[in-house]
Design a protein around this ligand. Structure first.
Ligand code: GDP
Length: 197
């Protein structure tokens, strides 16, 4: 897919205030600092479209972007930031659950996972929740350039082994780097394919 237009539409603190679900929607989520903003900017080819936050975990907004005038890209607030209060965490959970349960045009959630890390409970639990609720998702491993190809391969194999212990069928996954553009075509073509269905 070629991105010829990408623009910010709205930020909402409540899932029920999101734009009318007139186009297919793809949501991006992950732990704070996973590289979500960088990935969104890499995918859209627009530096600065998604703001890299100076204070991770602070803003809990659902950000909608319109891509090519035919799909929504959604930047969801991240999870797992240690300094966030219990209240904020509960608010996040309420907002995200509502969004995931009610967003009629949600085609797929892209769960971002830092390729450097071993499987982390926060990510595994989030994906299990998606599975339980029947929300389609893919895994997008980020920052693949941070280590050697051999290390990335080993880390990925380890992650997939853990996933295969939990899941009968492995979710689809992509390996990406915002630095090198690795995985850009694969992720965008995947979205293009789902849009065609
Ligand atoms: P967010 O909090 O999930 O939106 O994460 P950011 O996109 O702000 O990225 C967090 C940090 O990781 C920043 O310092 C980025 O420059 C860095 N980063 C993000 N993606 C990559 C990547 O693919 N490769 C490398 N080397 N660094 C990355």
């Amino acid at each position: 897919m070629i991105i010829h237009d990408a623009r910010f539409l709205t930020s909402n603190s409540r899932a029920d205030l999101c734009p009318e679900p007139t186009m297919p929607e793809y949501a991006f989520i992950g732990r704070s600092n996973v590289g979500k903003s960088s990935l969104i900017n890499m995918l859209t080819g627009r530096n600065g479209l998604a703001k890299t936050s100076a204070s991770p975990g602070k803003t809990q907004l659902i950000n909608h972007f319109v891509i090519n005038d035919n799909w929504f890209l959604v930047d969801l607030p991240g999870y797992g930031y240690a300094k966030v209060s219990k209240t904020s965490r509960a608010e996040w959970a309420r907002m995200i659950n509502y969004y995931l349960m009610h967003r009629a045009n949600l085609m797929c959630v892209c769960v971002l996972i830092d390729s450097r890390h071993p499987p982390l409970a926060a990510d595994l639990e989030f994906m299990e929740k998606l599975g339980e609720e029947g929300v389609p998702f893919v895994m997008v491993f980020t920052k693949a350039d941070k280590q050697s190809t051999a290390q990335t391969k080993a880390l990925l194999a380890n992650y997939l082994k853990k996933m295969s212990e939990i899941w009968d069928e492995l979710p689809r996954y992509f390996l990406t780097s915002a630095e090198t553009g690795l995985g850009r075509d694969e992720v965008l073509n995947f979205i293009g394919e789902v849009n065609q269905q």
